[in-house]
Ligand binder design. Structure first.
Ligand SMILES: Nc1ncnc2c1ncn2[C@@H]1O[C@H](COP(=O)(O)OP(=O)(O)O)[C@@H](O)[C@H]1O
Ligand SMILES: [Mg+2]
Length: 294
């Protein structure tokens, strides 16, 4: 079997070295070091307040670490601004969907593309030559993406009128519109029912199969254990374990600090570990059983 470990020397897409970030007396990130190789789904898990969102904020330039460094394809990025990091190829979604409420679904996706276009925003405003051709190209690309995310029939709807599940998919769709090399998802399944979570899991896996590298912050352990190649477990801003899903389930430190707090979790995962891939696909609530939520 091919080694799914993200530790493959200089192929890493992202590396953090001893990253610390403090809010007043709270050590939100505490000497955090890990690396991620491309084309994987890497899940960041841990209890509420563990520092997961802060980590995404540090990677995307929302907060600058107090010490340590973050490397994207070998380039230090910890001092860069969010728009500079986005331009380098890191896009994200938010724990609470952040969409443009006064725009349609399609427009929300097209906005996500602007940094990549040649004439850019200004060209669009001034109606420079080539702008119309470019707009057609943008529209076509948006349609392809919307179709991939099952949102094409809703392209003309206002973003606020679609369901929560559709809004969550739209946020990922918009993040993908910028053609990121690294996609960060902050709790994409929060608020979704079993069927919606299952659909979301399938989409995330499909993105990976297209070559996308994904960092997934998620509380739904069934989803995480079903689709992640690698897990990093945070506790009070520190990494307390990392490994493949089956390794993490057996890691006594992780189980004690996090997973072991739910008996249901252990039972479900044990059952799941025995199931073949086909069995799992046939199970009606493939990812949806909310085994652990804090
Ligand atoms: N902007 C902020 N200002 C002050 N404290 C914060 C801020 N963001 C996060 N924190 C604190 O940092 C810790 C980690 O939070 P967070 O990264 O949101 O955790 P998680 O996403 O794992 O639930 C928590 O104690 C939280 O209260
Ligand atoms: Mg969070």
């Amino acid at each position: 079997m091919e080694d799914a470990s993200p530790k493959k020397g200089n192929q890493e897409i992202l590396e953090t070295q001893e990253v610390s970030l403090r809010f007043g007396g709270v050590e939100a990130l505490n000497g955090l070091s890990f690396s991620i190789s491309p084309h994987q789904i890497v899940a960041i898990i841990g209890p509420n307040g563990a520092g997961k969102t802060t980590l995404l904020n540090a990677i995307t330039g929302v907060h600058s670490p107090d010490s340590g460094e973050i490397f994207f394809r070998g380039m230090p990025i910890s001092k860069l601004k969010p728009f500079e990091i986005a331009a380098l190829g890191i896009n994200r979604t938010f724990q609470q969907a952040q969409l443009f409420a006064n725009m349609t679904v399609g427009e929300n996706v097209m906005v996500g593309m602007h940094p990549k276009t040649k004439s850019g925003f200004l060209g669009g405003v001034l109606h420079l030559p080539g702008e119309r051709r470019e707009e057609n190209k943008i529209r076509e690309k948006a349609e392809t993406l919307l179709d991939f995310f099952g949102l094409l029939p809703k392209a003309a709807w206002m973003a606020t009128y679609i369901s929560i599940a559709e809004q969550k998919r739209l946020e990922i769709c918009r993040a993908m519109a910028g053609e990121p090399q690294l996609l960060l998802l902050d709790e994409p399944a929060a608020g979704l029912n079993i069927r919606e979570t299952e659909g979301l899991g399938d989409l995330i896996v499909k993105l990976k199969e297209r070559g996308q590298t994904i960092i997934l912050v998620e509380h739904n352990m069934h989803l995480v254990m079903s689709i992640a190649d690698w897990l990093i477990v945070l506790h009070h801003g520190s990494k307390i374990g990392e490994g493949r899903p089956e390794e993490i389930q057996k890691n006594s430190r992780v189980v004690e600090a996090y997973l072991g707090t739910s008996k249901i979790f252990t039972a479900e995962i044990a059952e799941d570990a025995e199931a073949t891939e086909n069995n799992r696909i046939r199970k009606s609530n493939k990812y949806g059983f909310q085994v652990f939520r804090i």
